[in-house]
Design a protein around this ligand. Sequence first.
Ligand code: ATP
Ligand code: MG
Length: 254
Amino acid sequence: MLECNNISKVYKKGNWFSAQQAAPVLNDVNFKMIAGRSMGLLGENGSGKSTLTRIILGLEKPTSGNVLFNGQDIHQMVQRGDQQFRQNMQAVFQDPASAMNPRWNALKIITEPLINFGSYSQEQRRDSAAKLMCSVDLNPSDMDKNITRFSGGQQQRICIARALALSPKLLILDEAVSNLDMVIQAQIIELLEQLKTTHNISLLLISHDIRVVFKLCEDILVLDKGNIAERISIETGIKNAHSDAFTRLVSCVS
Ligand SMILES: Nc1ncnc2c1ncn2[C@@H]1O[C@H](COP(=O)(O)OP(=O)(O)OP(=O)(O)O)[C@@H](O)[C@H]1O
Ligand SMILES: [Mg+2]
């Protein structure tokens, strides 16, 4: 489904007054995601997780390498203005409030992707919004409420509902539960676990929290300073995991 081939990213450091230096952030990252399995991208702060996420989403170009989604090069599609792949690849980020227009109600936010990719009557939009709100355990009777009147956890559910609107095959979550308190975090993790089966969706879950990743993913990549330090799967288990980056992340949990 998703293939990252030899992805490297180098940012230029410095400004007009100082010599520009190259700052490598990702170095020859290779992995494949198979439909029906979820992948966790685990790494400490600054290890390059969000940079890789933006490259996968086609929001940023790699310095070298390519990303294939169902065999098609994402950056070539972006270059030709072909946005159709976004129907099958949706993302949810860390801070729900900054990902939504504060003047909009839940209905408008959740059904925005439908409007971008097709024409729907008001009745169809309300109908879709109601179903999507139910699938993320929100009450559809709240769809006309302004987004600022929902709690942080509810706002993240609304972001997930919006991401599900086009029935994507891949849902990318960059630290999407990190800002939530433990109880709400556990509820959202449970919701994502359900969605994997009910919506037949694969997750690409980016996190520095090993517990979240192990709960939801069959395959795990450990990123260390832009390099893949370790590959773990439910078949191989974590018993043999030994990289320094993995050991440091484990020690954060206890
Ligand atoms: N646009 C940019 N220009 C220059 N450097 C950048 C840019 N974006 C990210 N970086 C640098 O790349 C490195 C990796 O950043 P990135 O945000 O990908 O890490 P991360 O693993 O997502 O971290 P976190 O866990 O804090 O979210 C950092 O050193 C960061 O300063
Ligand atoms: Mg990040």
